[in-house]
Ligand binder design. Structure first.
Ligand SMILES: [Zn+2]
Length: 500
């Protein structure tokens, strides 16, 4: 009771009405480009029109800048994204020796205690020419425990000192279940981490992000409630829960869409997240090969998957089920069909085209992370030979009527919706030829898949101001992608309050 009244009075004091004078709407649905005024009041867009009377509102002259709904990142791991700000970057290394060199360079710069934990992040096991060996990491790490986390978060490589610290023993990297049990125990310095969280939130607002779907792994509300209690200005967050803490959520009576107590009105309960297969780069995605044989790591049997989904449904929770490979996607669709649960399929990197009608029939949005394509296309060519046509088939999915939601899967890719949109539009970085260009989508389609609202009366006052129209027609997809990534955000409003 107290919590609720405290947070609503804080909300009231923050909200002032703002009249954005002379903005042009980014034509997501073909809106005319003539300048209009937009009034934000009571947390909503309360009027859109020409020469609006400001009444008591603060007037901001937007000078013909472009207005759009604020961006959402539909799949993040925020706490891990904050942690990566503190880590040795192992992304782009081609073998374990190169990762070791980066660790050695980093350790050479340290002047704190000789046994402080060193954490690295970012490499792809599938890009390494061979398996790592514990002893080679020991050779560069002195007395520091060292943990190197793969960029897809599906494996970790620990030196002997770190293995002693956590009471585990591996000669090489540890993967999947072993790693998921270990990963939450790898703890950073609390003060440094608190700083990193604030930094990451500021970065988000600077990119025009107003909302996140956060997949929280251990503590079911993650850092969010504490950040709200500390008075930190937050984006909207839809907080997911993993099976390990599902009981806590059920006990707390939280259903999908419910406002989380003491969440400043911005935190809401999300979905149950179920990881049903592995990942491409750890070679554990559930994939069917050219001979129809199935490979990969399936975390659940169909019955187990179905009963987890049923349990979520019975308690008012939607389900976000992770399926990277096509064989896993089929299993996941079977489970949704049997359980009657609603929600999303996460990732869907490889899609058997014969399944597309079933995705449409079940009404399951696909939550996809196009930047993974930029990171993974070489690996997909190598590992899924001849199946490239079916990897991230965004054009075909949209044409068939599937709803797409774009995200980053940060920290697997940077939390940056502009990159995700650019990758969906060009299917590569702008300086490289498009990979399977027949599956490109337009900038407007990518933008619509990155927002949840519209700049229209009655909608939440989550809006951004842009210096240029990111949907301006360009001669080719590379230029369009460049334009998206170069878009400058000049203001971000969440629930009518300016956050950037
Ligand atoms: Zn994820």
């Amino acid at each position: 009771m107290n919590g609720a009244s405290r947070s609503s009075s804080r909300r009231r004091s923050e909200i002032t009405a703002t009249l954005l004078r002379s903005v042009r709407r980014v034509p997501l649905d073909g809106e005319p480009a003539d300048p209009v005024d937009v009034l934000l009041a009571g947390g909503r867009v309360s009027a859109v029109g020409v020469d609006l009377d400001p009444g008591g509102a603060v007037v901001e002259d937007a000078d013909g800048r472009w207005i759009a709904p604020g961006l959402w990142d539909e799949h993040t791991h925020f706490e891990q994204w904050a942690q990566t700000a503190l880590r040795v970057d192992t992304a782009g290394t081609s073998d374990p020796a190169e990762a070791c060199r980066r660790v050695a360079d980093h350790i050479a710069t340290l002047d704190g205690p000789v046994d402080s934990l060193v954490v690295g992040f970012g490499h792809r096991m599938s890009s390494w020419s061979r398996e790592p060996v514990t002893a080679e990491l020991d050779a560069v790490s002195g007395t520091h425990p060292v943990v190197l986390m793969a960029g897809d978060a599906h494996s970790g490589w620990l030196n002997a000192a770190a293995q002693r610290l956590y009471g585990v023993s591996f000669d090489s990297a540890c993967t999947e279940g072993d790693w998921f049990a270990l990963m939450p125990r790898v703890a950073d310095d609390p003060l440094a981490l608190a700083d990193a969280r604030l930094c990451r939130i500021r970065e988000m607002f600077a990119l025009g992000v107003v909302g996140l779907v956060d997949m929280v792994m251990d503590d079911h509300l993650g850092p969010w409630q504490a950040l709200a209690a500390a008075g930190v200005a937050l984006p909207r967050v839809q907080i997911g829960v993993f099976p390990s803490t599902l009981d806590e959520v059920i006990e707390a009576g939280l259903r999908t869409g419910d406002e989380v107590p003491d969440g400043a009105g911005l935190l809401r309960m999300g979905s149950l997240k179920i990881i049903a297969d592995g990942s491409l780069s750890s070679l554990t995605a559930g994939v069917r090969d050219a001979h129809g044989e199935v490979h990969g790591h399936f975390a659940y049997s169909l019955d187990e998957l179905t009963s987890l989904q049923v349990r979520a449904r019975e308690h008012g929770l939607t389900v976000a089920t992770h399926a990277i490979g096509d064989a896993c996607l089929s299993q996941v669709l079977d489970a949704y069909e049997a359980s009657g649960a609603t929600g999303t399929v996460e990732h869907a990197q490889l899609v058997d085209r014969t399944e597309i009608p079933r995705i449409v029939r079940l009404g399951l949005p696909l939550s996809v992370q196009p930047w993974h394509l930029v990171d993974d296309w070489r690996a997909m060519d190598a590992l899924w030979a001849g199946r490239g046509d079916d990897a991230f088939p965004l054009r075909s999915l949209l044409d068939a009527g599937v709803t797409l939601r774009l995200g980053s899967d940060a920290p697997v890719a940077p939390l940056d919706p502009w990159r995700a949109m650019a990758a969906a539009v060009h299917r590569n970085t702008p300086d490289v030829a498009s990979w399977h260009p027949e599956e490109r989508i337009t900038a407007a389609e990518a933008f619509r898949a990155s927002v949840r609202t519209r700049v229209a009366v009655g909608q939440p006052a989550d809006v951004i101001l842009l210096d240029a129209n990111p949907l301006d027609a360009q001669p080719d997809s590379a230029t369009t992608a460049r334009q998206l990534m170069g878009t400058n955000v000049s203001a971000t409003y969440v629930a009518g309050t300016r956050r950037y």
